[in-house]
Design a protein around this ligand. Structure first.
Ligand code: MN
Ligand code: MN
Length: 310
């Protein structure tokens, strides 16, 4: 049996944690001996799902012994990967983000422009004809609904809708609204969280043509929670921007129910960028980014484009 460590990205979300658990199951059926890890605390949506499904949470680990064989799920870029990624043996990548990495040796990679990593895993199981538990199928469905925001996000493809339909039949979960809403509510429940954690709840750093940017996205069924703490959030953004040496920072509050992105903008430098890139006005540190629910598809590409010229 070949040992392999399966892990998702930094600042774990539902797709990366559950996909690590699913991928470990898949790899065990392929003759590997997998261990499952995550790079930080669970968010409340994932915590809720693992509790519901009675599945233990993976151990947190952010660096590994040199030469450890790895399977990366839901990410591939170095800054999303474990800290000492350059010393590790990347044997597998299963992902739905843009590719930006190199490896020393050949590897297995499965990357598709589809809404969740679990959607890809579902196809891999179907192709392999492996037997699967109901928990695994349910986790796949949860990942599709989480990453696609119940098909509201621009990352949703026709194929994801077909896959979710198949998973509905398999799991017997017929009412997707009733299944997804408690997940989204669990994720929105941030009342007891300190502000820096709120900002970094679902947060990614980007390198835009040498400029360092941080973009947080709060997908919530209750936007007033975050917007009501705007002044605290601005103080938090200012601290993170300076502590992490960022050139740009943004926190998007994404209303999942009404499909609206209201973003909190820190200073005039960032305001000018936001106004230029998204053709909007920043007033009282707030920018209406309309129905841009997807950071990956509707926020980052325009910023990448802007910074490539500025
Ligand atoms: Mn993810
Ligand atoms: Mn994902």
């Amino acid at each position: 049996m070949i040992d392999i460590s399966v892990i998702g990205h930094k600042v774990p979300d539902t797709d990366c944690v559950l996909s690590a658990i699913i991928a470990a199951d898949y790899l065990s059926k392929k003759g590997y001996n997998p261990s499952i890890y995550m790079q930080g605390e669970l968010n409340k949506e994932t915590e809720f799902l693992l509790e519901q499904l009675n599945i233990p949470k993976p151990e947190i680990k952010t660096s590994f012994e040199a030469g450890t064989r790895m399977c990366l799920v839901d990410h591939n870029e170095d800054f999303q990967a474990p800290d000492n990624i350059s010393e590790l043996d990347i044997a597998w990548v299963i992902d739905h983000h843009k590719l930006n990495f190199t490896t020393a040796t050949p590897m297995y990679a499965r990357v598709e422009p589809i809404c969740s990593t679990a959607s890809i895993l579902y196809k891999m199981y179907k192709e392999a004809g492996f037997e699967v538990t109901k928990e695994i199928w349910t986790m796949m469905l949860a990942c599709i609904l989480s990453d696609s925001l119940l098909f509201r996000s621009a990352t949703t493809t026709k194929e994801d809708i077909v896959l979710a339909e198949e998973l509905k039949q398999i799991t017997g979960i017929t009412d997707l609204d009733a299944f997804a809403m408690p997940m989204f509510h669990a994720k929105s429940d941030l009342w007891d969280m300190e502000i820096e954690k709120v900002i970094k709840y679902d947060y990614k750093e980007f390198d835009f043509n040498g400029k360092k940017a941080g973009i947080g996205t709060l997908e919530t069924t209750n936007p007033s929670y975050a917007l009501g703490r705007k002044s605290e959030i601005l103080t938090g953004l200012e601290k993170i921007k300076s502590d992490d040496n960022l050139d740009f920072i943004l926190l998007s509050v994404v209303d999942i129910i009404w499909e609206k992105n209201t973003s909190i903008v820190l200073d005039w430098v960032d305001s000018e960028i936001i106004e230029t890139v998204f053709d909007t006005k920043v007033e009282n540190n707030l920018a209406d980014l309309k129905n841009r629910l997807s950071r990956k598809k509707q926020v980052v590409p325009d910023l990448t484009n802007y910074f490539s010229k500025n």
